[in-house]
Design a protein around this ligand. Structure first.
Ligand code: IFM
Length: 470
């Protein structure tokens, strides 16, 4: 089925069609050419931390197959590629710079530019050097400063060719889920540590943004994973309050410090006494609000929320973070997430494309100071398998993609300033605590041979992008 676009709709000229990846999920070579442990290498060795005992040690061997993988971008006719740099590859243990690691990304950027593909570089996609974690990780203020130094190391080497810089990817996951929910590395379950990590990651974003700007970076942004917190019963004050709390913790608690230099008052009230006050220094919020040129929006699903216990008979959630004592929802641990009657992906995430339109429209309406947006991640995991000819007919992923692109078009037609869409993800990969079982790729990676095969969704995405440019 073709895209159903608003009457008279045209994709804006220059709209970017891209795909995204992250270092720890694809590179492998986890201890090669000088790279040392990131927190994900160490976490994956903890029994039970990652499904199936999977590790990022080899991942999908992108480190050795980089040119071949980037050729896929050309095959799909994509304009842009969003990738992340591994801190522990370019500055192992956050000590001396590693020339071999920097060379790898330099070759990657050259390869992209030679292919006419615009590099979108993310500095932090969750893989802190383990040595930094052992000193206290993001709970320490010093880590924000170390991050800004690492950002400059990368800029010194790649800033002559990379124009689009993203500081952090989804700090919600690398703070709350990592330091309070225990599902992501470093696997801690301490609410105060999560709040300290939140503040220090945002501070690191501000310090790095300022330094990159002074060094002449053309465009700087941050990618936030944002949700729509939908009250289960819009007439029930308990559900309305639960939705407000989740919106504050998950969305506004990131958007407002970055865009306005202030944590939302209701968020501060919700987490009062849990440790944020102790790490918040005078002047930090002005640093965090350093102007940005774009907001990266990552969105996969909405979340229905309630302030009441789950009704009896609700199917058990598959999320490790929903285990007792492991909540990323600091200060709002009593909030529940009753499932809605909607189709679900293999991740057990609901499919509700209208949510993406709603989110983009809401951001546009609520934040007059909003810079242009990119969808820096959107995609779906399905348990697709190749047929006897090795072809993957992933009709569900195609439908997900189409409906979400229609949602982006709808938001554009309603005035949202969205400049591009990056599909998550180019290649099946290491899906963090879920190991290799969850597959989001437009390109299949054979789990045994690591052979790459473009799925039907990859070809479909390429065709949509090509048609949009006409
Ligand atoms: O794989 C992740 C990615 O690293 C961050 N955003 C969500 C994706 C799917 O879970």
């Amino acid at each position: 089925m073709a895209l159903q676009l608003p009457d008279g709709f045209r994709w804006p000229s220059g709209f970017l069609w891209g795909a995204a990846t992250a270092a720890a999920q694809i590179e492998g070579a986890a201890h090669e050419d000088g790279k040392t442990d990131s927190i994900w290498d160490a976490f994956a060795r903890v029994p039970g931390a990652v499904a199936g005992g999977d590790t990022p040690e080899v991942a999908i061997d992108h480190y050795h197959r980089m040119p071949e993988d980037l050729a896929l971008l050309t095959e799909l006719g994509l304009d842009a590629y969003r990738f992340s740099v591994s801190w522990s590859r370019v500055r192992p243990d956050d000590a001396a710079p590693n020339p071999a690691g920097l060379d790898f990304y330099s070759r990657m950027v050259d390869e992209l530019l030679a292919r006419g593909v615009r590099p979108f570089l993310t500095l932090y996609h969750w893989d802190l050097p383990q040595a930094v974690e052992e000193r206290g990780g993001w709970t320490l203020r010093e880590t924000a400063e170390r991050f800004a130094e690492y950002a400059m190391l990368v800029h010194d080497r790649l800033g002559d060719r990379v124009e689009d810089w993203t500081t952090l990817n989804e700090p919600f996951c690398s703070t709350y889920i990592a330091y309070a929910g225990g599902e992501h590395a470093p696997g801690r379950t301490e609410p105060a540590a999560a709040l300290a990590a939140l503040h220090h990651q945002l501070l690191g974003h501000g310090l790095a943004t300022r330094a990159l700007r002074e060094a002449g970076a053309a465009r700087i942004g941050i990618s936030l994973n944002l949700t729509n917190a939908v009250p289960a019963d819009p007439d029930d004050p308990a559900d309305l309050d639960a939705a407000r709390r989740i919106d504050a913790l998950w969305n506004r608690g990131f958007l407002e410090p970055v865009l306005r230099g202030a944590y939302p008052e209701d968020f501060l009230a919700d987490v009062r006494g849990l440790g944020l006050e102790e790490v918040l220094h005078e002047g930090d919020l002005a640093t965090i609000a350093a102007p940005i040129d774009f907001l990266g929006v990552n969105h996969y699903h909405d979340d229905q929320v309630s302030g009441r216990p789950l009704p009896a008979g609700t199917p058990a959630s598959r999320r490790p973070t929903d285990r007792p004592g492991r909540s990323p929802f600091v200060g709002s641990e009593h909030v529940t997430f009753p499932p809605r009657d909607l189709p679900r992906t293999a991740m057990d995430w609901e499919v509700h494309p209208e949510g993406l339109k709603h989110l983009l429209t809401r951001l546009t309406g609520d934040y007059p100071e909003l810079p242009p947006m990119y969808i820096t991640e959107n995609g779906s995991a399905y348990l697709d398998e190749p047929d006897e000819h090795g072809v993957v007919h992933d009709a569900e992923r195609i439908a997900y993609l189409e409906r979400h692109l229609e949602a982006v078009a709808g938001a554009l037609a309603d005035g949202a300033d969205v400049r591009g869409y990056f599909a998550w993800t180019l290649l099946d990969n290491f899906e963090w605590a879920w190991g290799y079982a969850e597959r989001f790729g437009l390109v299949r990676v054979d789990p045994e041979t690591l052979e790459r095969t473009v799925k039907d969704s990859g070809r479909h995405f390429a065709a949509i992008a090509a048609a949009a440019r006409l």
